[in-house]
Design a protein around this ligand. Structure first.
Ligand code: NAP
Length: 219
């Protein structure tokens, strides 16, 4: 995130305003997770594979984990292009949580590359998705890599435990570049309280770790 809270530019360009150290920090966080979660727009815009460098894969194997976390894509509409780079990488299985709005042709193309979880409703139930990941795939720790729309949806449901935030030494300004919680002009249903549990600086960047204080007791 920039100093003025932006996570991308007004054109939703890929995030290239942080350092190599930040990219490594992202990989290290990803490597700790059982699954990595991404919203369809970020996947499309950034065309990421969500893999890991070899040394981090080896470290996971030593810890008796799979070489890389499950890769999980979230999309309501389901118009996901099977030619995206993520589908060319076999580093770990891919799960797609979407709805039966996904066109039949797309379903057929994606079935060869991923496991599809399609709900009959118009929108995904994120809490139910997490439950499925826990019970069916034994996922305990998920690294959500955004984007802001997905992050905000999880935050509104009080489903985030920790936020790893890098402050990059830039300011973009403008109302059309999304902030950490997206472009919505609406307030969150309740302000979210965080406690700072770690802070580190490297060059001009600041790496923060916040624990999110839960608002409600979950069932
Ligand atoms: N600076 C950073 O660290 C960082 C990190 C991540 C992303 N980004 C940037 O953020 C931009 C994209 O942000 P964004 O907010 O538009 O995208 P996003 O959250 O990645 O994706 C939004 C899309 O994901 C699906 N989605 C999101 N929430 C959902 C929910 N609750 N249920 C079901 N589907 C859901 C929907 O897909 P469908 O439209 O297919 O239904 C939705 O349109 C990109 O430019 C990316 O580079 C920056």
């Amino acid at each position: 995130m920039t100093v003025d809270g932006k996570v991308t530019t007004k054109n939703f360009g890929p995030v290239d305003f942080t350092s190599r150290e930040d990219k490594l920090h992202l990989f290290r966080q990803r490597a700790l997770a059982d699954a990595v979660l991404i919203g369809h727009t970020s996947l499309k815009r950034d065309n990421v594979r969500l893999g890991l460098p070899v040394d981090l894969q080896q470290a996971r194997t030593k810890r008796k984990q799979t070489p890389a976390p499950w890769r999980v894509i979230v999309s309501n509409k389901g118009r996901i292009d099977h030619r995206l780079k993520i589908f060319q990488s076999t580093i770990s299985p891919i799960l797609i949580f979407s709805t039966t709005r996904m066109p039949k042709k797309t379903q057929a193309a994606l079935k060869a590359k991923a496991t599809l979880h399609l709900t009959e409703s118009d929108e995904i139930d994120l809490a139910a998705m997490l439950e499925t990941l826990r019970t069916k795939y034994n996922v305990r720790k998920i690294a959500c890599e955004g984007g802001p729309t997905l992050f905000r949806a999880l935050l509104e449901l009080d489903l985030i435990d920790q936020l790893n935030l890098t402050i990059a030494p830039y300011m973009f300004g403008g109302a059309k570049a999304p902030t950490l919680t997206g472009l919505s002009t609406e307030f969150l249903p309740a302000s979210v309280h965080c406690s700072l549990i770690d802070m580190r600086t490297s060059g001009d960047e600041c790496f923060l770790t916040y624990r999110i204080k839960h608002q409600r007791r979950r069932n």
